[in-house]
Design a protein around this ligand. Sequence first.
Ligand code: C2E
Ligand code: MG
Ligand code: MG
Ligand code: MG
Length: 295
Amino acid sequence: HADQAMYEAKSRGRNNLRFFSLAIKEAMSQRVMLARDLKAALEKNELRDYYQPIVSLNTGKIVKAEALMRWQHPERGLISPALFIPVAEETGDIVAMGNWIFSRAVAHASKWQPLVGEAFAISVNKSPVQFVDPQRFHHDWGKILQDNALAGKHLVVEITEGLLLNPDPVVEQRLLYYRDLGIQVAIDDFGTGYSSLSYLSKFDIDYLKIDQSFTRNLNAGNESYVLCEAIIVMAHKLGLKVIAEGVETALQRDLLMDIHCDFAQGFFYSPPVPAEAFEQMLVQQSRQEAALLQG
Ligand code: C2E
Ligand code: MG
Ligand code: MG
Ligand code: MG
């Protein structure tokens, strides 16, 4: 019996090991495959720009949008950026991909801005890798804005806290470059990165985006509520506006309104959708407004 048990344990161990190394191999080959296919994805027109509405909590209107990348893979279907962005950051493809989605956002912002008004802006996520890329200043966003007759203020660049702790002077240069073009800056996933808040006074920031992990746990008076409230009070005193991410319920929206949050984004309003669908939402919204004004 002891021998039998020993034998079973050993073979289980071996099997576990085999299973384990198979899983690693699979994960690795998936990464290699993603990296290889990603190279061609941009040229083959497989990348998609989706847009998620950002709603003003003062008016209940869609006033902004976040551009989010999707990959329409010919065999695997729609792939999440959580899977392919880290791979693109490793291979460096994120630079070309980031420029692509930024151009799409510029074109769409110039088309959609008149439907909404002066406050309209599309925000685009910028990977830290894009900030330290040697090609970084070869893209003339000033010209691209001009060609699209778009004021820079209709664009927001979303960065994460970690980037602002990078002492490389290029980070500040890049932020000043955006500032000169009038492009706004948001801190994404605020509250999840670092406890140092000194960068908020060092850099010129326009928005804090409260991370979904806070929004998800919001309940009247609980810890997340207190943290959100404190973030909003601080932000407002520093002259920043606050966007809550991951709003999924009416209760979360109501609580955020109680503590004077400026904007909300989340499945409660809409998931990210293709450009045509987002445009339909804006058209419908402006029709409703026109009807209200007439009636
Ligand atoms: P993020 O910038 O924080 O974007 C918000 C994410 O939350 C999006 O995931 C969005 O679909 C999701 N989300 C929105 N509302 C809700 C909600 O109510 N509940 C829940 N559970 N989730 C919600 P997505 O599109 O999968 O993107 C994931 C991350 O990938 C983004 O996080 C961003 O860091 C990165 N990413 C996406 N597109 C780009 C891009 O064009 N460039 C770069 N560099 N990164 C991107
Ligand atoms: Mg974002
Ligand atoms: Mg993010
Ligand atoms: Mg976020």
